[in-house]
Design a protein around this ligand. Structure first.
Ligand code: SAM
Length: 194
């Protein structure tokens, strides 16, 4: 899609973090297969991943959380250009507060927000994920630092430890079936079994 390439180019030129190319393909394939009706996203940025998901599941609506207001403005404009704005509800604010107030039943959740908070978010996300639903989390290998934990004093040590614990919880939770992809910065895909 030409518009997605333009958004990607804009993001790269303006140092806005959006997903890597192979993760884009993986996300598109997962949503195409799942065909969710209700999607939740944490970390809208400028709408790149949101457009990918709504393009892959034509009948879906997206609730998306983002704290940066400038990004939200750009995201609205990008969704509008894609003809998808009426399918999106924006929750503008800190996901650390918003996740506690989440209600509803989601078929697909894409977690791509603050990496240090994934572990805290998990119980709230599992609460609103339907049985049979999919939870996809980006950057779970965090620059290789999750599998090769850094020494004390390293600037990313806390995030790397939190993400390692997060992955362990996903992989040992008996209500989840989790697959880890070494695609991009690491992507986990969990299906809620019960
Ligand atoms: C990696 S970017 C999301 C990229 C987007 N999903 C994509 O691929 O197009 C992470 C986003 O999370 C947002 N973010 C970080 N911490 C947040 C928080 N506590 N609450 C809400 N949004 C947050 C950032 O502003 C940033 O836009």
């Amino acid at each position: 899609m030409q518009q997605l390439d333009k958004i990607l180019q804009f993001a790269r030129q303006n140092y806005i973090p959006v997903m890597l190319d192979d993760t884009r393909q993986l996300l598109f394939d997962l949503v195409s297969k799942a065909q969710p009706s209700k999607i939740l996203e944490i970390g809208t940025a400028i709408g790149y991943s949101g457009i990918i998901m709504l393009t892959a599941s034509k009948g879906a609506t997206l609730n998306t959380i983002e704290m940066d207001e400038d990004s939200v403005k750009l995201a609205k404009s990008n969704f509008a250009q894609a003809g998808l704005l009426d399918k999106v509800n924006f929750f503008v604010g800190d996901a650390r507060e918003i996740v506690h107030q989440l209600t509803g039943n989601y078929d697909f959740i894409f977690l791509d927000g603050p990496k240090g908070q994934y572990l805290d978010f998990l119980p709230y996300l599992l609460e609103v994920l339907n049985v049979g639903g999919t939870l996809v989390c980006d950057n779970v290998l965090y620059k290789g630092l999750v599998e090769n934990q850094p020494e004390n004093g390293h600037k990313h040590v806390t995030i790397a430890r939190n993400l390692k614990q997060f992955l362990h919880q996903l992989q040992t939770n008996p209500t989840l079936q989790t697959q880890l992809y070494h695609t991009g910065d690491g992507v986990s895909v969990s299906i809620k079994l019960s």
